[in-house]
Design a protein around this ligand. Sequence first.
Ligand SMILES: O=C(O)CCC(=O)C(=O)O
Length: 253
Amino acid sequence: MDNEYKNNSFKIVNDLVSKSERQILQNQLLKIANNLGADFNFDDIDKMWNYFKKENRKLGGAVYNGFKYLPIINQIAHSENMHKNLKKVCGIDNPALVDVNCRIDSSGEEKFLFDWHQDYWFSVSSTKAVVVWMPISGLNPSIGGLEIISSHQKNIKTYKTKQGTKYDSYADAFLIDDVIPYEDVKIIDQMDAGSALFFSFSSLHKSLPVLSKDKSRFTIQFRFADFDDKEFINNHYRPGQVTKESVVKSETK
Ligand SMILES: O=C(O)CCC(=O)C(=O)O
């Protein structure tokens, strides 16, 4: 395992995805958007999203739905470079892709931002599983990013949760009901295109808002467990969301 990852439970990996893979990704995303209307001929993902946001948010939802099924996303998930980095950075020898999610975060849509959480609660599998969070055009402060809490691998813990009362996204289903160590917060709002943030399922993190009025944050979240990890084996290789009963159990631990 990489020392920086071991000390912080997260690390930015540069050059994970090549320029040509990023171009294919944007072309595939534009293609599924252009399929939604005979007159559509978008050639820029920001212009495309700004149109849907303003003129037809329901069709924008279709872009959102289709995004994670793009073939290039599977190719990136199982590329040689991804597997090499999962091993080198996080010590994952035998990766299982347990979940893929895509997001388009934009100004005016702040209700979809995620508050403090651990991804463990959404994909379970194992506390040692990893999220590869990839902003497809890189990051700068105007399109925000993530806040993340640095923690040495040996100190990471599963925080207590409680059920949320409102529901704008799945992150509202379970809220942290524990003391958050804010003194260790790091802001991730600067990344090169092609890089990705690797962080542990146990890392506390939250979304930063998008300030730009015309640029959005397009991201992919790959979640990987390790087939050789005892906890994943004991879970019978099962991802899946946490149940009300297991939250109650964790509260009484
Ligand atoms: O991209 C974001 O704003 C938040 C993503 C996130 O927290 C997650 O996928 O767990």
